[in-house]
Design a protein around this ligand. Structure first.
Ligand code: PGA
Length: 224
């Protein structure tokens, strides 16, 4: 296993002003807690498209150990696809992308076929993918290395899976899809329970929604 991955998913939250205040708040936490070295941790913030550039600039300006990710990508190349943001456009400002989040499957009708196109587009430009599945039965395409296991019943409900069950699903995913090198757990992860998940043998990190929305809670979680 490589570095522990701690990925924030801001979903459809944060304005420009709120993002700036979040990053300043995170830096303040680093200063007051004298913690600037996250050594074996990869910290990622997956932001709305409108914030990718300013977030990247803000993080670079303050030299923070945070990588930028998007939350979705067009299944198509550049061209006449009104409203879509393509992989090459994302790659200018981010090096990660979430694909197949259950909210995209549910509210936007994304199918395994469309998700395969998205994976293909992301891979063509070298975006690193966090591919979300709801269980070990969800297909994972070849070439995907990082998977997030997120049971829908645990997302935003305050009712996480048990670390033991998440670990056995993670193990099953690794066995079934040998090209997957890391499985993250997502669904009601908080500063209080993150340790119980990342200490499991087959869990390499977490994908976090609600608890990533304030810098204090996110700082607590990444330093827990
Ligand atoms: P949650 O969301 O942490 O708010 O449960 C996780 C996710 O949807 O990625």
């Amino acid at each position: 296993m490589g570095k522990e991955v701690l990925a924030a998913n801001w979903k459809s939250n944060m304005t420009l002003r709120e993002m700036i205040s979040w990053v300043n708040g995170f830096r303040r936490q680093m200063e007051t807690q004298s913690q600037t070295d996250f050594g074996e941790k990869t910290i990622i913030v997956c932001a709305p498209f409108t914030l990718l550039l300013p977030l990247q600039e803000k993080i670079a300006g303050l030299v923070l150990p945070i990588e930028v990710g998007a939350q979705d990508v067009s299944p198509f190349d550049s061209g006449a696809y009104t409203g879509e943001v393509n992989a090459a456009q994302i790659k200018e400002f981010a090096n990660w992308v979430i694909i197949g989040h259950s909210e995209r499957r549910k509210h936007f009708g994304e199918t395994d076929e469309v998700l395969a196109q998205k994976v293909n587009q992301a891979r063509l430009v070298g975006l690193k993918i966090i591919y979300c599945v709801q269980d070990e039965a969800t297909p994972v395409l070849e070439g995907v290395e990082v998977v997030a296991y997120e049971p829908p019943s645990a997302i935003g409900t305050g009712k996480p899976d048990t670390p033991e069950n998440a670990n056995s699903v993670a193990q099953a995913i690794r066995q079934k899809f040998p090209y997957v090198t890391s499985v993250l757990y997502g669904g009601s992860v908080k500063p209080e329970n993150v340790g119980a998940f990342v200490s499991q043998k087959f869990i390499s990190g977490v994908l976090v929604g609600g608890a990533s929305l304030t810098p204090d809670s996110w700082f607590k979680l990444v330093t827990a």
